[in-house]
Ligand binder design. Sequence first.
Ligand SMILES: Nc1ncnc2c1ncn2[C@@H]1O[C@H](COP(=O)(O)OP(=O)(O)OP(=O)(O)O)[C@@H](O)[C@H]1O
Ligand SMILES: [Mg+2]
Length: 226
Amino acid sequence: MNDTILEAKNIGKSFRDPVTVQVLQNITFSIRKGEFVSVVGKSGCGKSTLLYILSTMDTDYEGELLIDNESMVRKNGAQLAKIRNEKIGFVFQFHYLINEFTVLKNVMLPGLKLQKYSEQEVEERAMQRLKKLGIDSQANKKANLLSGGEKQRVAIARALINDPLIIMGDEPTGNLDKKNSEIVFEIFKEISVEFNQSLLIVTHDQGFAANTNRIIEMEDGRIIKQ
Ligand SMILES: Nc1ncnc2c1ncn2[C@@H]1O[C@H](COP(=O)(O)OP(=O)(O)OP(=O)(O)O)[C@@H](O)[C@H]1O
Ligand SMILES: [Mg+2]
């Protein structure tokens, strides 16, 4: 059985304005089910650019990306949007919650968009996840009333709503203090162990990276260690 859930094959990326600059070269690696992987490297080495490709949002690259053993090359925008909503959960440095909506509604949104469960089921699933992250008591508050750490936990609950194959994060603790960063790390660790959840997290935090299962180290657009 093949338990590889994401595979990057020789991915390269250039920006072309005004001159061509190659920012990613020969990126080849794979992630197995249940792996908790961090991506580290100096500012400007290409981490966010890579994550943008791996999350299928950028389709202008060389090489091949497989998610769930399926090639993402030559898929159209609608197909990719469906795959993203179904298979990938995102947690960014800034939470991108909708401030006027309640916490519960924010977590429900990707679930409603999936159209796999009824609204009531999506609500139950959202409440389970909020409970899991210890913020179910805030479910009916407007998102803008929460602290930074709480907002990030809501963003994780939202990322988990559709049982994604993989959670991707770009500096999810970058905007948090030490205590809240640790809480977020512990949540990631727990879901990786408990639910065999795969995670791919870009981080500048050495302590965070050191505690993941595997570190992918980048330099000048290449992987130098993995
Ligand atoms: N739209 C763009 N057009 C041109 N160059 C870009 C564009 N986006 C990113 N770059 C360049 O690509 C390189 C990699 O950028 P990227 O944002 O991936 O780095 P990063 O590793 O995420 O850095 P950081 O740790 O600061 O977030 C940088 O040199 C950046 O200037
Ligand atoms: Mg970045």
